[in-house]
Design a protein around this ligand. Structure first.
Ligand code: GDP
Ligand code: MG
Length: 163
């Protein structure tokens, strides 16, 4: 059975980078400016022998502060409703922000399955963030690096029984 995986989280944590890696093409725009992805975007994703639909969620152009604009919240809620599994991405280097807490709350209430991924965890810069991430109450955080392709075997291991 195939499934759909929505990649959600605040702007600039690396959602589009991960989406592009899973889809194997640059369908989503990656930028250091938060919020370049403007809408929901889906693509056929592959992780070894797992085939599924990945959904990249939007940031919002003015989401540069730590607020969570209503439009982004609505898009995230839509992705959560549509997807079988939510991959909640945080920035392991920054640690948990108040906006991450807002997302965690939405996911705890609405998502069928949540996988917590701490991105930018290449090297040791993300270790504190990884420990902090346990506090979100969403289970064991996975350390990944979307940019360097690290930790994807752990993601595979978590997705396999859900597929
Ligand atoms: P989005 O707003 O959540 O979609 O984030 P993007 O995918 O656009 O990435 C935001 C920034 O984080 C870009 O500058 C990326 O190059 C960078 N980035 C993404 N993944 C990683 C990673 O694994 N490690 C590091 N160090 N930077 C990353
Ligand atoms: Mg994006």
């Amino acid at each position: 059975m195939s499934f759909s995986l929505a990649i959600v989280g605040r702007p600039n944590v690396g959602k589009s980078t991960l989406f592009n890696r899973l889809v194997g093409r640059k369908l989503a725009i990656v930028d250091d400016q938060p919020g370049v992805t403007r809408d929901l975007r889906d693509g056929e994703a592959k992780l070894w022998d797992l085939h599924f639909t990945a959904i990249d969620t939007a940031g919002l152009e003015d989401a540069t502060d730590d607020s969570l604009p209503a439009r982004m919240r609505r898009l995230t809620e839509r992705a959560v409703e549509e997807a079988d599994i939510c991959l909640f991405v945080i920035d392991a280097r920054t640690g948990i922000t108040p906006t991450d807490e807002v997302f965690a709350e939405i996911l705890r209430k609405r998502a069928k399955h949540v996988i917590l991924a701490c991105n930018k965890a290449e090297g040791s810069a993300g270790e504190a963030g990884l420990i902090e991430a346990w506090g979100l109450g969403l289970g064991e955080p996975l350390a990944i690096s979307a940019e360097h392709g690290e930790g994807l075997e752990d993601l595979y291991a978590v997705l396999l029984p859900l597929s």
